[in-house]
Design a protein. Structure first.
Length: 389
C-alpha cells in the first residue's frame, strides 16, 4: 500500500519543478494521472476478477514491476507530452490492480478483526505520506526531480517486491507458504457477481467513493501548491504534508479498532461530515499556519476512516464471494478521482490562478458522501455458506 500511494504522495512536490523545467502548465502535467484514470475505468473490474482467480502474489508482482518501470519512464521524459502519457499508461496497468490486489486477501481472510486488519494494511499509504515528500524534496533540491523519481522507484519497489514474494498469499485457500496454512478455510459468503452489480448497496458505495475521491483528492494530491496558494511557504507546506501523513497513520489504526467496535455505517457518516473541516479552514483562515496544520491533522485522522469504511463496507454489504470484482469496480472511482480531480483543479487554476473553487467544492462533496452512506441501511447477513456455482 505504501507503493500504491507513492506517486499520490509526491505529486504535489514534483508539480512545480516539472512545470519549471518542461514548460508544461499544471493541467498538462495532471493529464498523466488522468491517463491512469481512463485505463482504470475499463481495467479495474477485470483486474479484480484476475485477482480472484490468480491471487494477490502473482498479480502483486506484476503491480510492483509496472510501477517500477513507469516511474523510471517518468524520470526520462523529454519535452513531448506523449512521452509523459506513455509513462503514466504503464503505471495505469498497476493502477488497475491497486489497491484491490492488497486488500482482497485481507478482506476475505479476516473476519472478527477485519477492521484492524484493513487499517493496518492501508496504513502503508501513510508511510508514503510521511516519508516520500521530504525525501523527494531533498532529492529535488540537490539533484533535481528526475533523480528524485529514480531514487523513489528503487527505494519503494526494492523494499516491496521481496515482501510480496514472501508473505502475500496466492489464490483464495492457497497460503504464501506451508507455515501460513490456516486451520480451516472461511466460507466465501456473499452476493454473486450479477447480484452485487445490480444491488443498491453497490451503487451507493460506488457513488460515495466517487464523490469523496473527486473532491478530496483534488485537494490532497495538490496539497503543496494549494497551501502555497493560501500564503504558506513551500518549506512549511512540505513538512505539514509529512505531519499529515503521520497523523493519517494514527487515524487509520484507530479507525480499525472503531470499525471492529462500532457500526461501520455511522462511522462512515461521521467521518465524511468531519472531513469538511479542512476546506472550511482553508476558506476562512487562509495562510494561518497553526489553523491549517490543525485542520490537516484532523482531516488525516478522519480521512483514514473514510477510506477504510469503503473497503469494510464492500465486504460487509456485498460479501467475500466476489470481493475482488466488487472492490475492483469500486476502486475505479478512486482511480478516476486521482486523475480527474487534480486535472480539473489545475485546469481551473491555469484559467483563474486560484484554487478556491476546488476548495469550496470539497464541502458539498463530503456532505453528499455522508448522505450516500446514510442511505445504505442495515447490513445483510452472509453467515450461511455459499455453494460453488
Amino acid at each position: 500500500m505504501a507503493l500504491a500511494a507513492l506517486l499520490s504522495s509526491v505529486f504535489g512536490v514534483l508539480l512545480e519543478p516539472i512545470e519549471a523545467e518542461l514548460g508544461w502548465n499544471r493541467a498538462e502535467i495532471s493529464s498523466g494521472p488522468f491517463v491512469v484514470s481512463i485505463m482504470g475505468l475499463f481495467l479495474a473490474a477485470p483486474a479484480g476478477h484476475l485477482i480472484d482467480r490468480w491471487g494477490s502474489r502473482l498479480t502483486g508482482t506484476l503491480v510492483v514491476a509496472c510501477t517500477f518501470i513507469a516511474i523510471l519512464a517518468m524520470a526520462a521524459v523529454g519535452t513531448h507530452l506523449w512521452q509523459w502519457w506513455a509513462a503514466w499508461s504503464v503505471f495505469g496497468i498497476a493502477g488497475a490492480f491497486t489497491s484491490t490486489v492488497w486488500m482482497a486477501p485481507v478482506s476475505t481472510i479476516f473476519d472478527k478483526g477485519r477492521g484492524m486488519a484493513i487499517a493496518v494494511t492501508i496504513a502503508g499509504a501513510s508511510i508514503s505520506s510521511i516519508l516520500a515528500p521530504p525525501i523527494t524534496e531533498w532529492f529535488v533540491q540537490h539533484y533535481g526531480w528526475r533523480t528524485a523519481l529514480v531514487a523513489l522507484a528503487f527505494l519503494w519497489s526494492g523494499l516491496t517486491l521481496p515482501l510480496v514474494l514472501s508473505f502475500v498469499p496466492g489464490p483464495v485457500g492457497q497460503p504464501a507458504s506451508e507455515l501460513d496454512k490456516p486451520e480451516a478455510a472461511l466460507p466465501a459468503g456473499g452476493m454473486s457477481a450479477r447480484e452485487g452489480l445490480r444491488s443498491r448497496a453497490f451503487w451507493l458505495i460506488f457513488t460515495a467513493s466517487m464523490i469523496s475521491g473527486l473532491t478530496g483528492l483534488a485537494l490532497i494530491l495538490n496539497l503543496v501548491p494549494v497551501l502555497t496558494y493560501t500564503g504558506i511557504s513551500r518549506t512549511d507546506a512540505i513538512w505539514m504534508a509529512s505531519v499529515m501523513g503521520m497523523f493519517s497513520l494514527v487515524g487509520r489504526l484507530v479507525s480499525g479498532w472503531l470499525m471492529d467496535t462500532f457500526d461501520i455505517r455511522m462511522l462512515a457518516i461521521v467521518g465524511s461530515l468531519l472531513s469538511t473541516a479542512l476546506p472550511v479552514s482553508l476558506i476562512f483562515a487562509p495562510g494561518v499556519v497553526w489553523i491549517t496544520l490543525g485542520s490537516l491533522v484532523f482531516h488525516a485522522l478522519v480521512g483514514g476512516l473514510r477510506m477504510s469504511a469503503v473497503i469494510y463496507m464492500t465486504s460487509t454489504y456485498l460479501g467475500a464471494r466476489s470481493f475482488g470484482l466488487f472492490y475492483g469496480a469500486i476502486t475505479t472511482t478512486t482511480t478516476v478521482a486521482q486523475g480527474l480531480g487534480p486535472l480539473i483543479a489545475n485546469y481551473i487554476y491555469d484559467q483563474t490562478q486560484s484554487y478556491m473553487p476546488t476548495i469550496w467544492a470539497a464541502v458539498p462533496g463530503f456532505l453528499l458522501t455522508a448522505l450516500c452512506f446514510a442511505a445504505l441501511g442495515p447490513k445483510p447477513d452472509f453467515t450461511r455458506p455459499v455453494e460453488a456455482a
